[in-house]
Design a protein around this ligand. Structure first.
Ligand code: SAH
Ligand code: SF4
Ligand code: F3S
Length: 443
């Protein structure tokens, strides 16, 4: 039996897809295919965070229904499945089942049940032990919590993934150890609000928090790097920032979603922090880790956003100089508080688009400048890929600050850490030379 899976949305969805694949491989003997036409089961793992991809879903289902081989099943999973539930089957009768983002552990059961709809957002699979992925490189994702308690006024996620529940710490340590024993060198800890870890568990649990979890995971021998996404700026206390700075296993790259630089808009978004708080946390972080890599998410054109509000966002961008930016025009989402706002509060679509373009251009300029300043810098690079064939020889990996660097002329072992000096910047792509090895591989 062959499985085709298309994954949209964020890292949580990617992780859910990895769980679905592992469950179906181990328990139902599926193998993966990247050709939907030969699949016995076609899954779309959907995202609901903005309107457009959700609208596209039905044309995609139509396309798969046309292409699929006779008898093949189509299943819709993920956040749009949670959000639209049985409506999906009503609108697209070719769909065989619907499995919500909070119900991933039921995958082996729903594929056997015609027209099953499992979308309960109170379902708790926080203590379910998923099968391990069959193929592992050197990186793995580890889910530390499910759901989100925050209810930001624009966001549909709490309505697709339910309330926040942390996964017990001993389960996480056990899973992390297993992954490392299988060759994993870098762990990406996942949750909608990772630094809220430990606030609620399904069962009684010793008191803990995210900083403590980081300390425990970093004790695992053989694990080289820990990353996580996303921390919430509101919960970035000094203890957390100091652990981030001082723990050598924690990658010095961090995603800190800003959403808006205007305190007035942040208040309407119910983010719980101000522009000043955000900048204070960044200043503290940069004082502890001067070369830290910082990523962010920004929404432009939130209802009532004025030119001045947008200038506040531009100001934060120019102060922080983000290394990565995911930016979006505000998209009204059902269930959310902002969805109920009067139409007169909406920002003109053309204005919002112009603001987005200005923001992205300013970010591009920052990146160009920063890439230029990288020449001569030294980085610890964890090697992820290499090639020595067809006349090409190189290794590639990421620095501790999450910069992709290619080393020409060297085939360093995958999973090793090399000291690399940046020697060239080609349109933002960085090239380096090894100055301290890592055992080089025989050519
Ligand atoms: N938990 C994360 C974000 C998850 S959603 C956090 O708190 O930041 C991923 C990103 O999608 C958000 O950071 C936000 O920038 C964007 N997003 C969410 N809802 C949106 C909406 N209604 N319109 C536009 N962008 C949105
Ligand atoms: Fe959405 Fe806010 Fe939760 Fe992030 S913290 S998932 S933006 S409600
Ligand atoms: Fe992620 Fe999209 Fe759901 S961003 S949490 S897959 S709505």
């Amino acid at each position: 039996m062959k499985l085709f899976i298309q994954t949209l949305g964020c890292a949580m969805n990617e992780r859910d897809s990895a769980h679905i694949i592992a469950e179906l491989q181990h328990k139902k003997h599926y193998t993966l295919t990247d050709n939907a036409k030969e699949a016995d089961l076609i899954l779309i793992n959907t995202c609901s965070v903005r309107q457009k991809p959700e609208q596209k879903l039905f044309s995609e289902i139509g396309q798969f229904a046309k292409e699929k081989k006779q008898g093949a099943k189509i299943g819709i999973c993920g956040c749009t499945a949670s959000h639209l539930g049985s409506e999906i089957i009503k609108k697209a009768p070719s769909v065989d089942f619907v499995l919500g983002a909070r119900n991933v552990s039921k995958i082996t059961e729903v594929i056997e049940r015609p027209k099953a709809v499992e979308v309960d957002i109170d379902y708790d699979d926080s203590t379910y032990v998923f099968q391990s992925p069959q193929t592992m490189g050197i990186k793995a994702m580890l889910n530390i919590s499910i759901g989100c308690d925050k209810q930001c006024s624009y966001c549909i996620v709490p309505f697709t993934r339910g309330k926040e529940i942390s996964i017990p710490q001993d389960m996480l340590i056990k899973e992390a150890r297993k992954l490392v024993a299988n060759g994993i060198k870098e762990l990406l800890l996942l949750g909608q609000n990772v630094n809220h870890y430990g606030v609620r568990f399904s069962h009684t649990h010793p008191k803990t928090n995210f900083t403590q979890l980081l300390r425990e995971i970093s004790k695992i021998e053989g694990l080289q790097r820990i990353r996580f996404t996303s921390p919430h700026p509101l919960h970035m206390d000094d203890e957390f920032l100091e652990e981030f700075a001082c723990n050598p296993k924690i990658s010095k790259s961090i995603h800190i979603p800003l959403q808006s630089g205007s305190t007035r808009i942040l208040k309407m978004m119910a983010r719980g922090y101000s522009k000043e708080w955000y900048l204070d946390r960044i200043a503290k972080l940069k004082s502890l880790v001067p070369d830290v890599g910082i990523g962010t998410d920004i929404i432009v054109g939130f209802p009532t956003e004025s030119d001045q509000d947008f200038e506040d966002t531009m100001e934060v961008l120019s102060i922080v100089e983000f290394d990565t930016l995911y930016s979006f025009v505000y998209s009204p989402r059902p269930h959310t508080r902002a969805f109920e706002y009067d139409k007169s509060m909406l920002v003109d679509a053309r204005v919002a688009k112009e603001r987005l373009a200005r923001l992205q251009n300013a970010h591009k300029q920052i990146l160009t400048r920063k890439a230029q300043a990288e020449i001569g810098n030294l980085h610890s690079v964890l090697i992820e890929n290499h090639k020595d064939s067809d006349g090409e020889c190189w290794s590639e990996g990421r620095s501790d600050t999450n910069k992709l660097i290619r080393i020409i002329g060297e085939k360093a072992p995958i999973g090793s850490i090399c000291q690399v000096r940046v020697v060239k910047n080609d349109g933002g792509s960085l090239f380096g030379e090894i100055i301290d090895s890592c055992d080089k591989e025989e050519k």
